[in-house]
Design a protein. Structure first.
Length: 644
């Protein structure tokens, strides 16, 4: 008993929870349970058990059912193998309280000694740190700020020689315009063209002193303004970027507006003064500082006011009424009320003025009415003059609005004029090239017809040249038709008028129309899978199909087959025109629907470069879309989708 009491005392003195289990075997010498023979007060506290209640009881009686299998297996493994076992577990006591324990299992003869250390605080701190790290990573990845973190690179003597990139978020990658990962690279390598010794010196100063730096920078490659903040971060610096382009544009527009207002104020015949309030420590207005006066005000006021800028009402004390003037301006600032009054200067001038609130201060507009007052009756003229000053004050904002409107109208007119000029130049260039061939054909064939007229039995040759003239005239007509269509589209004169149309008949008539342009043994195969009648604009559809088929015929060789396929689904017509022609390169496909654009491989084939542009415009007017698939020397497929 003394030895047991001595051992119990030692166990109770230990800071860790300790329990000693005796292995229980069945008749076949198989481990079936463990009996608690000793424990200390810390263990009883951790497991929320009383020592008197626990000693002598089986493990299966003391352990909640949900935890029996896992803990029993650990005890059995150590008891049978003798191999120590250490692990960290998240468990709960018998009273339901959850905690983290580091448990160590050791065998001693027929006993298993289990030591428990409560590591709940450490584990919770680790979990909290992991959560904070995860949160920071998510913020770093999702913030609208561009962020780059640099680590200082030091020489053997400890001097900073460069900075190494350790972290870059997606926004910063977009700012610096690089898709490659620059993590681990040196600052001087990543920005070799823009980093100067002054830059390294600035970075070094921030890193060594901890004094942050903020500045605005215009980044030429992206044509953007950024607000950049440099702060110390450990043995390095963190740089954040915020796109302030919109703000800078607003500031620039505001400055232009101010400049315009300044020019307007200098050109009018009204004197203009502005003043800002001066406040005491309690926020009460005690004076006003004059911030601006125009040339008219300068000429109208006494000589003492020639240097009025940045002076105050009290420092000038014009006519000895500084307090009255301050009270009047204060009333305007605090109430927003516009005040009109008439005063007389020491030299006898009569001044009519209007005082209004402007931002946090006031604007004073005034006019010398001495001659008018002398010539007219005071009461009648006062009312007329008040209206005149009010109208002229209103004219300031009205003039600005009109100027802005005029500027917008001029810009629109300039854009239209520029587009028309470009169109004329392109038309003259194209027409001089495209008209030359058919006109030459007509002239040559006409001359030959005249000669054949004098020779008998030349009817076949005459018919051949008459056919050539017809084809040339048709080509000229097609060119003019394309320009007329483009002009109508530009002026918004094309309207969509859908009606019930027999698609089969419309396609058949269109195919018959272009048969004269077929090459030797060319053919068109038509496959339609649509109702007898569908709703669409027959005129626009015919022009679209003529253009697509004409291109297919023109850019395909003899004995080639052109396929027209159409089917209707969910109130949509899907029609494709497929040829076996010369095809279009991938680079040219990107610009194929632009006005006047022609692919590089069709320079020897007649065309205006307007056909597909007009087709695209027609399809958009009809609420549809067109897609293109092509491969050089294999063929081209144009697929249009139209609502029906």
């Amino acid at each position: 008993m003394e030895i047991k009491s001595f051992l119990q005392g030692i166990l109770d003195a230990l800071p860790d929870a300790i329990t000693v289990f005796e292995t229980v075997y069945d008749d076949q010498n198989t481990v079936v349970d463990f009996r608690l023979v000793m424990t200390n007060q810390v263990s009883a506290s951790v497991m929320a058990l009383s020592m008197e209640h626990a000693i002598g009881r089986l493990f299966s009686e003391l352990t909640p059912e949900g935890l029996q299998s896992e803990r029993f297996n650990a005890l059995k493994q150590v008891s049978e193998t003798g191999v120590p076992l250490d692990r960290e577990v998240y468990t709960h006591r018998t009273d339901g309280l959850y905690l983290w324990l580091k448990s160590s299992f050791r065998r001693f003869e027929n006993y298993v000694v289990v030591t428990y250390t409560d590591i709940t605080q450490r584990k919770e701190a680790e979990i909290q740190r992991e959560m904070q790290t995860t949160l920071l990573e998510r913020v770093f990845a999702t913030t609208l700020l561009g962020i780059i973190v640099y680590q200082a690179v030091r020489s053997p003597l400890g001097d900073i020689t460069d900075f190494r990139v350790v972290k870059v978020n997606r926004v910063a990658k977009a700012v610096i315009g690089g898709a490659a990962d620059i993590t681990g690279q040196l600052l001087t390598d990543v920005f070799s063209e823009s980093i100067t010794p002054d830059t390294i010196s600035r970075f070094r100063h921030i890193c060594e002193t901890g004094i942050p730096l903020e500045r605005e920078h215009y980044y030429q490659p992206l044509n953007r303004w950024y607000n950049i903040v440099y702060v110390q971060l450990g043995d390095g610096i963190m740089i954040t970027y915020v796109d302030i382009t919109a703000r800078k544009q607003i500031e620039e527009a505001h400055q232009q507006q101010n400049d315009l207002l300044l020019r307007i104020s200098e050109s009018v015949q009204i004197g203009i003064l502005t003043a800002e309030p001066i406040l005491d420590d309690t926020g009460r207005i005690i004076d006003f500082r004059y911030t601006y006066f125009n040339e008219q005000a300068k000429n109208s006021l006494p000589p003492d006011w020639q240097q009025v800028s940045n002076q105050t009402v009290r420092s000038i004390d014009f006519s000895g009424n500084a307090n009255q003037m301050i009270a009047l301006l204060t009333q305007v600032v605090e109430t927003g009320e516009t005040l009109r009054r008439e005063t007389q200067t020491p030299d006898g001038k009569i001044i009519f003025s209007v005082v209004s609130r402007l931002g946090t201060g006031t604007i004073i507009t005034f006019l010398d009415v001495t001659q008018q007052r002398q010539a007219e009756e005071q009461a009648r003229y006062s009312a007329e003059l008040e209206q005149k000053v009010a109208d002229r004050t209103h004219a300031l904002s009205q003039t600005l609005s009109e100027l802005e409107q005029s500027r917008n109208e001029l810009e629109r007119a300039l854009d239209v004029e520029r587009e028309l000029s470009e169109l004329k130049v392109r038309f003259v260039s194209m027409a001089s090239h495209e008209f030359r061939t058919p006109l030459t054909t007509i002239l040559t064939s006409t001359s030959l017809l005249e000669k054949y007229a004098e020779i008998t039995n030349q009817q076949d040759r005459q018919l051949k040249h008459i056919e050539r003239i017809k084809i040339a005239v048709k080509h000229l007509n097609d060119i003019l038709e394309e320009f007329l269509s483009l002009e109508k589209l530009q002026e918004g004169q094309i309207n969509v008028n859908p009606v019930a149309v027999d698609l089969s008949q419309l396609v058949s008539e269109t195919v018959h129309y272009i048969q004269d342009a077929f090459e030797h043994k060319q053919s068109i195969e038509v496959t339609l899978s649509c109702p007898d009648f569908i709703n669409l604009d027959p005129s626009l559809f015919r022009k679209i199909l003529i253009n697509l088929l004409s291109n297919a015929v023109k850019y395909s060789g003899p004995e080639s087959e052109i396929r027209i396929q159409a089917f209707c689904d969910n109130s949509l017509l899907i029609l494709s025109v497929q040829d076996q022609g010369i095809g279009i390169s991938e680079d040219d496909q990107k610009r194929l629907f632009e006005r006047f654009f022609r692919a590089k491989n069709v320079s020897t084939i007649q065309g205006t470069g307007l056909g597909l542009h007009i087709v695209n415009r027609y399809i958009k007017l009809m609420g549809g879309q067109i897609n293109l698939a092509s491969k050089l020397n294999v063929g081209t497929t144009l697929t249009l989708t139209l609502p029906i």
